[in-house]
Design a protein around this ligand. Structure first.
Ligand code: ADP
Length: 439
């Protein structure tokens, strides 16, 4: 009989695949601190995000696999998670956000697409899985979180001994809203005052320790949004859109806003996508087919969820009720954050010269894409017709000496290129680049 050692244990775990990353948990480096004490084995499985939806599945599969090894009687697995510390974390050192592990922005290009509704339900879903979760409503144009949770005008916001604002707790969720600090104050505040209030609720709310904080952002990409993204270290941003309001120009503007401050896009949630008949369950695509697939192809963004129109989503939240759509959306968002930190090291290195944009892929392969070919492959809203998908950029419009002037990595999914012909909005997903060079 082979003696149990670290290798035999690791080998027994190699068939457990992370479906999202398409790799086994041993190669991903998740298995740590193996201890062998006769017939008793213990080890850690260290995930990248605490609320990983497949955590329990990993644990039971791993336990089963090691128990099958001859000579093993007991297996103890400690499920943990770590987040890589980023250089930006110092932004929050003097803030009440310092013990918040992960901050996710929920944004939208336009108002009224269901951003607050989705932020609230996803936060509620994660909180009810046993994690410490906060929801911060920074939507200065229409703070709807108090209404959604039926937090009335008579409900006062108090400060603790350290003069920090105490969030309101509802259904295991800590909530703070711009609307709550504003109270009966004037609905229209002038710029500097808006900023002052925003900074107060951002950096002076007594969250304590949180696993996740979801920030309901004001819609659009104006000054307020930029100030917000610059004053908090966000881990990622989710964009909420509807089929009828989706505009590629707005989405690419949003991507660039977040990327300018190094916030990766986690993906898109399409809300009010379809209407499901209550009687027969038939899906009615009343707003036409989904456009999120084309966003994936053009910009490399993942379509995280499609949420139908539902009667109960238009009502106040009076309890936590599990809902399959929000539950799946929460899974996807949480997994997308976890995935980010692992993919960082696997992105290609990019540089450019007067002839080509050059990529060195993580497997060592080097490829070069001729500048003119790449410029012609641009699929931004100025180069491709948004509705028909037809190319509007003509070959004759691109000179042979076209060259990149700036190439910036966008999260873990794309690069942005500024060209010397004045075109500044090209976004190429890594998948698209791979297709162009046959990698
Ligand atoms: P935003 O934050 O983008 O301005 P809200 O979350 O306030 O949008 O939603 C706008 C309106 O649409 C609200 O009345 C909300 O209840 C309703 N709503 C949002 N999503 C859905 C949905 N999937 N089904 C039905 N009504 C919805």
């Amino acid at each position: 009989m082979d003696k149990i050692n670290e290798k035999t244990i690791l080998d027994s775990l190699r068939h457990i695949i992370d479906p999202d990353l398409d790799k086994d948990i041993v190669s991903l480096g998740f298995v740590k601190n193996i201890a062998i004490d006769g017939e008793n084995i213990s080890f850690d499985i260290e995930l990248t995000t605490p609320a990983c939806p497949i955590k329990d599945e990993f644990q039971s599969k791993a336990k089963g696999a090691v128990l099958k090894l001859a000579g093993v009687k007991n297996v103890k697995i400690n499920m943990t998670s770590v987040k890589k510390k980023s250089s930006f974390d110092t932004l929050q050192e003097n803030s009440t956000l310092k013990d918040v592990k992960t901050i996710i922005a929920i944004s939208s290009c336009k108002g009224g697409v269901g951003k607050s509704t989705i932020a609230a339900h996803i936060a509620l879903e994660v909180a009810n899985r046993g994690f410490k979760v906060g929801l911060l409503d920074t939507d200065i144009f229409g703070p709807s979180i108090p209404t959604l949770f039926d937090i009335g005008n008579d409900e006062k916001v108090y400060a603790n001994e350290d003069k920090q604002i105490i969030p309101i707790e509802k259904y295991s969720l800590k909530i703070m809203s711009f609307g709550l600090v504003l109270g009966d104050g004037p609905a229209v505040l002038r710029g500097p005052l808006v900023n002052q209030y925003l900074m107060q609720i951002l950096h002076n709310t007594a969250w304590g320790e949180l696993d996740y904080l979801f920030i309901d952002m004001p819609p659009g990409t104006g000054d307020i949004q930029l100030t917000l993204t610059q004053s908090v270290q966000l881990d990622g941003a989710v964009v909420i859109t509807t089929r009828q309001s989706l505009s590629l120009v707005d989405v690419s503007r949003g991507i660039l806003m977040f990327e300018n401050v190094k916030v990766p896009m986690l993906g898109i949630v399409e809300n009010m996508s379809y209407f499901a008949c209550e009687q027969c369950g038939t899906k009615n695509n009343i707003f036409g087919e989904s456009k999120t697939r084309s966003l994936g192809e053009r910009f490399g963004l993942d379509a995280l969820a499609e949420i139908p129109i539902q009667k109960e989503f238009n009502a106040k939240i009076s309890e936590y009720k599990k809902n399959q759509y929000f539950s799946q959306a929460a899974d996807k968002v949480i997994m997308a954050v976890g995935k980010l930190s692992l993919l960082e090291d696997k992105l290609p290195q990019v540089n450019f010269d007067k002839n080509s944009v050059n990529l060195k892929w993580s497997d060592g392969r080097k490829t070069a894409i001729d500048n003119r070919t790449l410029r012609l492959a641009c699929e931004c809203a100025r180069c491709v017709d948004e509705l028909s998908g037809e190319k509007t950029l003509k070959e004759s419009e691109v000179n042979s000496d076209v060259a990149a002037t700036e190439v910036t990595p966008l999260g873990n999914y794309a690069i942005g290129i500024k060209w010397n012909d004045g075109h500044l909005s090209s976004i190429y997903s890594y998948d698209k680049l791979k297709k162009l060079v046959n990698v």
